[in-house]
Design a protein around this ligand. Structure first.
Ligand code: NI
Length: 556
């Protein structure tokens, strides 16, 4: 047995460290996933005006700014029992939905794709065969001309001739786990470059109602401030135009690319590579009429989709036994224990602390949340909107629902969700136009802050791109006395507790096989499939602490 340490697997949102215990054959027997960066925004929020919670909480993350902004504002509204007007809800949804598709596309193409695509192999692709290959997965493939692929190849070979691969440097090129043909690699690289433009455009869509993005400004406790934008047909039209373009990319590039990937990795999906423990959590939400929600809420244990429990927020708890905190009276204090002398995490004893991430539990169980959980739970709850999208994908790929519970399946769920969300956005905009047409232009629930309760508590659970987000606030003397956040990554990257249960990341790592421990591509695939927001630099240690190699993976 030896320990393979990958630290930090860093992207934008903090430092993630993974230690896996592997046998001689490279099989992973145990995993420890550790959040290495203390956030502390909750402490900064103490003593502040509750109306400022949104702008401060938005700073928790540079990627999920919008999600925490909305989570905090919604949680304060819950504390004050403020109901916001329908239009405010729609405007918030239009921004959140655009963020969903932005996050999913950026995640797949720019944060995860190179775990599956060998850039150097694409250089030997034949452009005519590439164009033909793309037609296997799409009726009208996105930018599929020979001249386009020739231009992509020229850009790539210019990188190589200059002696540097630019954003594609430092990959594990040539690794045996890369299965795609040169032509398939070229299709995906072409879409990688196209997705950069997608990212720019969709940011504009969010900024139309948010003022800017990241860190939009337009949510306030009681509603939204983007009234002039909502009433300006040109602004609505601009937004719709961007979403139509986004849908075009999603349906003609993103979804077909996912079918291509599923085709290549079908056996791994069917074998459940990267599968966690089968416990899924979705809180649902985003209603667009009385009966229909974008996502259904529900809780699944052990892949038992026939017996879904209703979500009950009171069953959520957070353990700190193996996280770097200790209980002192009613509060939690930071209690950091250093690494072992050899640089590894202290994990030998059952109560050793090894992460800044706390351990959320639902009814005492560790759960997976995120797009996969939403898709599986909503599908199994007979969500009539999402079912047709899932069925079409499963049939086209000739796979079963359970096969989605895997590394590649997590990505497939994101692509399915993106296509589905675009449809929903068009319905939302038409609801908004309908309201305005009948002179319902309210965007703010009127209240006087001085008349609101001085002491109150509130909470909000909402689905955001990476999964279930919850914010809780305790208000005393009109000031925030205590604040608490459970982010999607907190659920998925949960450390063990005294119960010994593994979080979703750890569970998904156990059982995978690493072909070459100096190039742990398989570990990266599993962790990246959860979309944990990390910029990566990897080094590997053996059990004696000797450094075997140091690897940097650059992502955009
Ligand atoms: Ni984030």
């Amino acid at each position: 047995m030896k320990k393979v340490v990958i630290d930090p697997i860093t992207r934008i949102e903090g430092h993630l460290r993974a230690e896996v215990v592997v046998d001689e054959a490279g099989l992973v027997h145990e995993a420890y996933v550790s959040g290495q960066l203390f956030r502390g925004i909750e402490i900064i929020l103490q003593g502040r005006d509750p109306r400022d919670a949104g702008l401060l909480a938005g700073r928790i993350c540079g990627v999920c700014t919008n999600s925490h902004f909305r989570g905090a504002v919604t949680c304060v509204e819950d504390a004050y029992k403020i109901e916001i007007p329908k239009n405010a809800e729609i405007i918030r949804d239009l921004m959140t939905m655009a963020l969903f598709i932005q996050d999913h596309v950026v995640h797949f193409y720019h944060l995860h794709l190179l775990d599956f695509v060998d850039v150097t192999s694409a250089l030997s692709a034949d452009v005519k065969a590439t164009s033909k290959e793309a037609h296997k997965y799409a009726v009208r493939p996105f930018r599929n001309s020979h001249t386009h692929y020739e231009a992509v190849l020229e850009r790539l070979s210019n990188f190589v001739k200059a002696g540097k691969l630019g954003p594609f440097a430092n990959g594990y090129w040539g690794h045996n786990a890369y299965k795609l043909t040169p032509e398939q690699n070229l299709i995906l690289i072409s879409h990688y470059l196209e997705a950069l433009k997608f990212q720019t455009n969709i940011s504009k869509a969010i900024a139309i109602f948010g003022g800017k993005t990241p860190h939009p400004q337009s949510f306030v406790v009681g509603g939204v401030t983007s009234v002039a934008d909502m009433l300006n047909p040109q602004r609505l039209n601009d937004y719709l135009f961007i979403i139509k373009e986004a849908k075009d990319f999603i349906d003609r590039a993103y979804l077909p690319d996912m079918k291509l990937l599923v085709d290549a990795y079908k056996e791994e999906m069917q074998a459940g590579v990267g599968r966690a423990n089968g416990n899924f959590l979705s809180v649902g939400g985003y209603a667009f009429d009385k009966e229909t929600h974008l996502f259904d809420g529900g809780v699944v244990f052990n892949h038992d989709f026939a017996n879904i429990e209703a979500f009950d927020g009171s069953k959520v708890s957070e353990e700190i036994d193996r996280a770097w905190y200790k209980k002192v009276g009613d509060t939690e204090e930071v209690c950091y224990t250093d690494l072992n002398e050899d640089g590894s995490l202290k994990t030998e004893k059952n109560d050793d602390k090894y992460s800044w991430i706390k351990a959320p539990r639902y009814g005492g169980k560790t759960m997976e949340c995120g797009p996969l959980a939403r898709v599986l739970v909503s599908y199994s709850q007979n969500n009539r909107l999402i079912r047709s999208f899932v069925d079409e994908f499963l049939q086209a790929c000739d796979i079963k629902l359970i096969d989605l519970s895997s590394t590649v399946g997590r990505n497939a769920a994101r692509a399915i969700e993106s296509s589905y969300i675009c449809e929903y956005i068009f319905k939302l905009v038409s609801n908004l136009i309908q309201n305005i047409k009948y002179y319902d232009t309210d965007t703010w629930a009127r209240y006087r802050f001085e008349e609101l309760p001085k002491e109150t508590k509130g909470g909000a659970f909402l689905e955001v791109p990476r999964g279930v987000l919850s914010h809780f606030v305790n208000i005393k003397e009109q000031k925030i006395a205590n604040y608490s956040v459970i982010a999607p990554t907190t659920w998925n990257a949960s450390p063990k507790g005294l119960d010994g249960l593994r979080g979703a990341y750890e569970e998904a790592l156990v059982g995978i096989k690493i072909e070459d421990t100096s190039k742990p591509l398989e570990v990266l695939r599993v962790l990246h499939s959860f979309d944990p927001c990390l910029a990566c630099a990897v080094h590997v240690l053996d059990t004696k602490g000797k450094e075997l190699g140091r690897y940097k993976i650059k992502t955009l």
